[in-house]
Design a protein around this ligand. Structure first.
Ligand code: ADP
Ligand code: MG
Length: 470
């Protein structure tokens, strides 16, 4: 089957051929005709299976039947993904001079407001910034859009964006076509169905294994304090065999991400980092360096786990395994895309066994053990640790932590909350948790030194000591 069989116009088919896309993937074959028929659509298929074109092509087809702006709104959870989707629209829509606009945080609001008022055909946006525009200016309207797309719909509807999505939905017409796509929709399917019409077409690929066959998945078990040594060794070992392949490393926090970036650079690997604590221009510049293979290693938080399509990524490493199986599926989905081979290696400690089991149950596949030479790790461990400690000192000299704190407080103020009160409440809850942990540990009335815990005062003293040592 080819794209002509899907009743797509000649200009779209020619443009697809020009960019080397010849025959439709399963999700495209199934969803495009339904969308062209005017039906709402929920599409769930593995990472890298071509979901973007499954919604972009019918939207572009319908747009030129009756072109006006703003014709379609595409929402996505991350800024980089918004730029990527806009690029895909731009490539296919180029012969017709498609006007598009990207609206995300971290870029100038005034420029975006001007672009929005110029009536672009397609707006691709993250929810927060679009909600800000809708609340602060009336120079554009979304009342006539024909299409609303939620890409990575389960993430968008997962709770974090509720307020912004509500603001956006108020600005949309009731009569519209709604299209929802993701690789992981099953847990949120009921919520997702609530925003589509009754006769919605649901496409869900039936494969039992939730990750692609071309992906080899491994784990490495090691003690927590030598993780960084293992990380460097995995990278070194991979590089020895594959000079060109791109590597994505995922970790848990912005600070960890920045530290690993500094450490790996110092031990001889050129890396870029992507996380929420660097400016949007730096984020985009780093990603561009990675996509153009200037830097072959990207270290990121989960901000890069969804949707990014960088074909040359051949290894994904989880430096810290994600807390939930869904994030795992998306992270490892950054490799082995569109039929290519790929590898994922997760560094796990004895504390992560439960998480690994949950992930294996979700993807319906057992991770294999990855062979890393402990001897090699031992040889480089001191150097890695010293380098990371130096990076830590350098980072402390910058205002990294302070900036994080200020950003957090700014966000709370924007949400109409009192940052002092919120911080107090967090401290209180933390203390309460520590108290509970301490009490659980001392059920038999013994403290860590083996002495009896007699009073509430003992518990308070213990908590204060722990807090001081932190
Ligand atoms: P998903 O959103 O399902 O994770 P994408 O839409 O990002 O996947 O597509 C993954 C890659 O596959 C992209 O590089 C895209 O250009 C390519 N692609 C999409 N459709 C086709 C097709 N029909 N034939 C070949 N490649 C395709
Ligand atoms: Mg996608």
């Amino acid at each position: 089957m080819n794209f002509e069989n899907l009743n797509l116009s000649k200009y779209l088919c020619d443009q697809l051929k020009a960019v080397g896309v010849n025959s439709p993937t399963e999700i495209q074959k199934n969803c495009i005709p339904k969308i062209l028929d005017g039906i709402d659509c929920i599409g769930c298929a593995k990472t890298g299976s071509g979901k973007t074109l499954a919604f972009a092509l019918p939207i572009l087809q319908k747009l030129w039947e009756e072109p006006y702006g703003i014709f379609a709104l595409i929402l996505t959870p991350t800024r980089e993904l918004a730029y990527q989707i806009a690029d895909q629209f731009a490539v296919i829509g180029k012969p017709k001079n498609l006007r598009h606009c990207v609206v995300t945080g971290g870029m100038e609001m005034i420029v975006q407001a001007r672009e929005l008022s110029n009536k672009p055909h397609i707006v691709v946006s993250t929810p927060g910034r679009l909600a800000d525009h809708l609340e602060s200016c009336d120079t554009f309207s979304l009342k006539r859009i024909q299409f609303l797309v939620l890409d990575e719909a389960d993430r968008l509807l997962g709770g974090k964006f509720d307020k912004q999505i509500a603001t956006i939905f108020k600005a949309l017409p009731k009569e519209r076509q709604t299209l929802l796509f993701s690789a992981t929709m099953t847990d949120t399917l009921e919520k997702v169905k609530m925003i589509t019409k009754k006769n919605t077409f649901v496409y869900e690929s039936t494969a039992e294994v939730k990750t692609v066959d071309e992906l080899e998945q491994f784990y490495v078990l090691c003690p927590y304090n030598v993780k960084d040594g293992y990380l460097v060794e995995i990278v070194r070992q991979f590089r020895e065999k594959d000079e060109k392949g791109l590597i994505m490393i995922f970790t848990d926090t912005c600070k960890n991400c920045q530290l690993l970036h500094m450490t790996l650079n110092e031990v001889g690997f050129d890396t870029v980092s992507l996380h929420a604590m660097i400016s949007q221009r730096q984020r985009l510049a780093g990603l561009a360096k990675f996509k153009s293979h200037v830097s072959k290693i990207l270290i990121a938080t989960d901000v890069a786990s969804r949707g990014l399509d960088i074909p040359a990524v051949s290894l994904v490493i989880n430096h810290i395994i994600p807390n939930n199986a869904t994030d795992y599926v998306h992270r490892v989905g950054r490799t082995a895309r569109a039929g290519r081979q790929g590898r994922a290696v997760s560094i796990v400690t004895q504390h992560d066994i439960k998480l690994v089991k949950a992930i294996e149950a979700k993807i319906n596949i057992r991770l294999k053990e990855y062979d890393v030479s402990g001897l090699h790790v031992a040889k480089i461990l001191t150097q890695v640790h010293v380098t990371k400690r130096e990076a830590q000192i350098k980072l402390d000299e910058t205002d990294f932590d302070e900036r994080r704190l200020i950003n957090k407080r700014k966000k709370l103020i924007n949400e109409g909350k009192d940052p002092d009160k919120v911080e107090q409440e967090i401290k209180r809850k933390r203390k309460e948790k520590k108290r509970q942990r301490f009490e659980r540990r001392n059920l038999n009335n013994k403290n860590c030194d083996g002495n009896n815990v007699n009073s509430e005062q003992d518990v308070d003293n213990h908590i204060n000591n722990v807090e001081k040592s932190e």
